[in-house]
Every structure is written in C-alpha cells, then in structure tokens.
Design a protein around this ligand. Structure first.
Ligand code: PGA
Length: 250
C-alpha cells in the first residue's frame, strides 16, 4: 500500500488524475473502474482539462462504474449514470457504448447483477479501479455486513449513507433505499486500486480501513489485502493516520 498525501483537495485531485492519466497513456484501451460521489469530482475535472489540452485520448477506453441507485433512471439528475455523463463522459471522447453503469430500473435486479458481472468478465476485468470511501467504510455501495459480498448485488443502504447522500436530494425520504453495487471480488481483482479521500470527516474511517482489522464490518479494510493499492488523500483525511502511523505516509 502506498499512501500519498496532498495539502488540499485540488492537489489530491491532481495527483489522482495523474495516476489515471498515466494508465490511459500507457494503455489506451484500459478498463477503468469509475466512482461517483463528491470526492472524485476534482479528478474528473482535471482529466477533462488535460483532455481538452490534447494530452489524453479516451477513444479506446472502456469504463465500468461501481454502483447505481435502484429506482432511478439514467436521466434522473441524482442517478450515477447522469452523474458520469454530465461530470465526465460528455466532456471527453470516450464512446458512450463503452461506458457501463448498472441499470437502476431493471425489473429483474438479480438478472441485472449477473449481467453486470458478465460485462466486467467479458471486458477481462478492471485495469484501474478508482474508489471513494463512505463514512460507513463502504466501497462502491458494499456496506458493513457479516460477510463480504463477492458478486454484483442489490444492497440496502445504511441510514448513515442515506443521510450523507441526502445533501443531493431535496428531502431525505427521496434518497433511494437500495442500490446495485459491484461486489468485492471484481474490485479486489482490479489490477490497480486508487482510493481518494478528503476532509476531516473521513479521517477516522480511513485510519480504521487501512490499519484496523480486515473485516466485512469495515468493507474498505479488505483493500489492505490488495497488492497494488494507492491512496491519495488530503492532510485532513490523513490526520489520524499521520498521528498514529506517520511512517506509513510516503
Ligand atoms: P463522497 O462519497 O465522495 O461523496 O464522500 C464517497 C462514497 O460514498 O464512496
């Protein structure tokens, strides 16, 4: 595990974007695993910026997103498909047919989960997976549980997650209660993992995830077992790690 510190959000975003950028330059047909949420927004903005300057070409890139809310169509402003289209895809030259997000409107959710696993499998797995981390320690929407859920599955969101995400909705009761998420297996089989985190309110969960016991009760703790994990975080998110394990920060 490599932990890279950044003084602030902008710097965190730029460093993480540099890693994705290197991946796309070295391997133009990469399969990128992509994430939503507030944290990666700056990463996408930076990549768009470099694309517009002519430094990046996404024409051969394929992407698979981590998750989608159940019950929200792709044109719903809070769906993750909409987020990806508006915050990233429509600003770069990726082919839309090469971008995959679970279908939150699928009637048969189990069939949709199996379809999504087959997509990932047919793509040959993920080359670089970008991850945020939730306050519960979730990665994608893999919430704390008794077991790690290996395959793509439907998950009941924790109240803490619903509360955290309610900032994007008019009312908390509009936040979907269920989501489809990529499972732990596809994430852990990604060749490289890139976890981004910022802000003081991520300090505790980041420290527990990276240095606590590996347990499904803190889903991100499984990342400790990956042999190519890079964490890029700002000093606020790293504050607890900095005080407990200063030698771990590169
Ligand atoms: P955030 O979400 O980036 O909006 O904090 C992270 C996550 O839930 O994975």
């Amino acid at each position: 595990m490599k932990i890279i510190s950044a003084p602030d959000y902008q710097s965190m975003s730029r460093k993480a974007a540099n890693i994705i950028s290197a991946q796309v330059i070295l391997f133009p047909d990469s399969v990128l695993g992509l994430a939503t949420g507030s944290t990666p927004l700056g990463v996408y903005q930076q990549l768009i910026d470099w694309y517009k300057k002519g430094d990046l070409d996404f024409s051969k890139v394929r992407s698979v997103n981590l998750d989608e809310y159940c019950g929200l169509a792709g044109d719903h402003e809070q769906s993750y498909r909409y987020y990806m289209n508006t915050n990233f895809f429509k600003h770069i030259n990726i082919s839309m047919e090469n971008t995959y997000v679970p279908n939150g409107m699928a009637q048969d959710v189990d069939a949709e989960c199996r379809r999504y696993d087959k997509i990932i499998n047919d793509l040959g797995g993920i080359d670089l997976q970008l991850l945020g981390i939730g306050h519960t320690g979730h990665i994608g929407f893999n919430e704390p549980d008794e077991d790690f859920d290996k395959m793509t599955h439907c998950v009941k969101l924790k109240q803490k997650t619903i509360d955290a995400n309610s900032r994007f909705f008019e009312r908390v009761d509009q936040v979907p209660k269920y989501a489809i998420t990529m499972g732990i297996k596809a994430i852990m089989q990604a060749k490289k993992l890139l976890l981004v985190a910022n802000g003081e309110n991520k300090a505790d969960i980041l420290c527990r995830s990276l240095f606590g016991p590996v347990t499904p009760k803190v889903p991100a703790s499984i990342l400790q077992l990956h042999n190519d994990l890079t964490v890029v975080a700002d000093e606020a998110a790293l504050s607890l790690i900095r005080s407990k394990y200063p030698e771990a920060i590169g």
